[in-house]
Write a protein that binds this ligand. Structure first.
Ligand SMILES: [Zn+2]
Length: 323
């Protein structure tokens, strides 16, 4: 039941019925609806912020964990990238220069990476930017590692070659010389003991009793083993890399022409055949056909102090030369 309201009219001096105009009525209804809408929106918002649904919480946690993982991965790939750069630097600065190979240019490395990028593009379908970034970095590292492997393979080959070279280069004395008292005549100009004239002595004379073993001073191939008027019984070894050694005045030859020999292998025995004044081994080292002082090739069987003494002995020589 609707209540009827009255009011006192001062003009008519009577109580009259109060009539609410339609405009006011409509405004009141509209105000009520608006207030109801605003408050329900507020209630829903408050509910959602204070009581998030269980599934949202779980998703949020999962997302946080994934983000954490990504960040860890990103940090790890960055470290890998730095280490890779360090390896590339060492490859260029150290290994390649040791083995006298040309450093690899950055463009060569980049080219290899670009080639792989094309392939990698097809595999990148994820929408996740962070994931894409990591995948890209990892792919870059993978390419660089593959390229680096090739470089190290090439270096390994150079090392093998270097080992063969080190085994071939003459590096010991041709006769046992523990007391360092067997070098009689050094390399260079001196008066020839038989002809009595100034003559170039292209090798070192090692005095030793007849029959003392003579060793090949490096790995190589015996290119000649025979007899000559001046040389007496001699052996010539080609070591490759431009190196040759000669051993003269042997009492007897053991080496055979055309056969390979190893460093330290007995190739003959000390004698005094040919133009010689007493039992000794005349030893020569040639590089690209030119005789060089053999004293610089004894680094394998002498320590620093002994080597120093040998250098002095070879420089002064003894009074006697044997040729
Ligand atoms: Zn000599």
């Amino acid at each position: 039941m609707k209540k009827i309201k009255y009011y006192y009219n001062t003009h008519t001096l009577r109580y009259e019925k109060l009539v609410t105009p339609l405009r006011v009525k409509l405004l009141r209804v509209f105000g009520f609806i608006s207030a109801a809408l605003v408050s329900s929106a507020l209630i829903i918002w408050a509910y959602n912020s204070f009581f998030p649904r269980a599934i949202d919480k779980e998703t949020a946690l999962k997302y946080e964990a994934i983000k954490d993982n990504y960040n860890t991965l990103a940090a790890k790939t960055k470290t890998l990238q730095q280490q890779m750069a360090e390896l590339e630097k060492r490859d260029n600065d150290v290994y390649r220069s040791i083995f006298e190979a040309n450093p690899l240019s950055d463009s060569a490395r980049t080219k290899a990476i670009e080639k792989r990028k094309e392939i990698a593009k097809l595999n990148l379908k994820s929408d996740d930017e962070l994931g894409k970034e990591i995948a890209k970095t990892l792919d870059n590292i993978t390419s660089r590692i593959a390229f680096q492997f090739q470089s190290y393979d090439a270096i390994a080959k150079l090392i093998k070659n270097q080992e063969a070279k080190l085994a071939s280069i003459p590096a010991i004395q041709p006769v046992s010389n523990k007391q360092l008292d067997r070098i009689a005549s050094g390399f260079g100009m001196r008066i020839h003991p038989i002809y009595g004239i100034a003559k170039m002595h292209p090798g070192l004379d090692f005095t030793a009793p007849q029959g003392t073993p003579i060793y090949a001073t490096g790995d190589g191939m015996v290119t000649a083993a025979g007899s000559g008027t001046g040389t007496g019984n001699y052996v010539l070894i080609n070591h490759g890399y431009g190196y040759e050694t000669k051993y003269l005045h042997m009492v007897r030859i053991k080496a055979t022409a055309g056969k390979s020999v190893k460093r330290g292998e007995v190739i003959g025995w000390v004698g005094s055949t040919g133009a010689s004044t007493g039992p000794h081994c005349h030893y020569e080292v040639h590089i690209n056909g030119n005789p060089v002082d053999p004293v610089y090739f004894f680094f394998n069987d002498l320590n620093a102090e002994q080597y120093d003494r040998v250098l002095k002995i070879a420089a002064t020589g003894s009074a006697k030369s044997f040729d």
